[in-house]
Design a protein around this ligand. Structure first.
Ligand SMILES: [Zn+2]
Length: 88
């Protein structure tokens, strides 16, 4: 059977800033699916922090994707912000 690429060229990504695992479509550079469980053993992965990230980011005046990234401390662009706050 020939493999089809209906969804372009997917890749698995871990985004430390949001602590999220997603399957991206490399063809159009968009996240397709968030993965909530390990695809190998089925274990539940930690919850993603994207909603909480926005709550924190807004405190620095970063209100939408058009906002200047310079408003954010460097820690907000890595896993440092949630590790520092002890978020599990
Ligand atoms: Zn696993």
């Amino acid at each position: 059977m020939q493999a089809t690429r209906r969804h372009g060229d997917p890749s698995l990504r871990y985004d430390a800033q949001f602590r999220s695992f997603t399957i991206w479509d490399r063809a159009d550079q968009s996240p397709g699916w968030t993965i909530s469980h390990c695809p190998f053993c089925g274990e539940k992965l930690p919850d993603t922090l994207d909603e909480l990230w926005w709550v924190e980011a807004e405190k620095f005046g970063f209100v939408d994707l058009g906002s200047d990234k310079k408003l954010l401390p460097a820690e907000m662009l890595t896993d440092e912000w949630w590790r520092k706050r002890g978020i599990k």
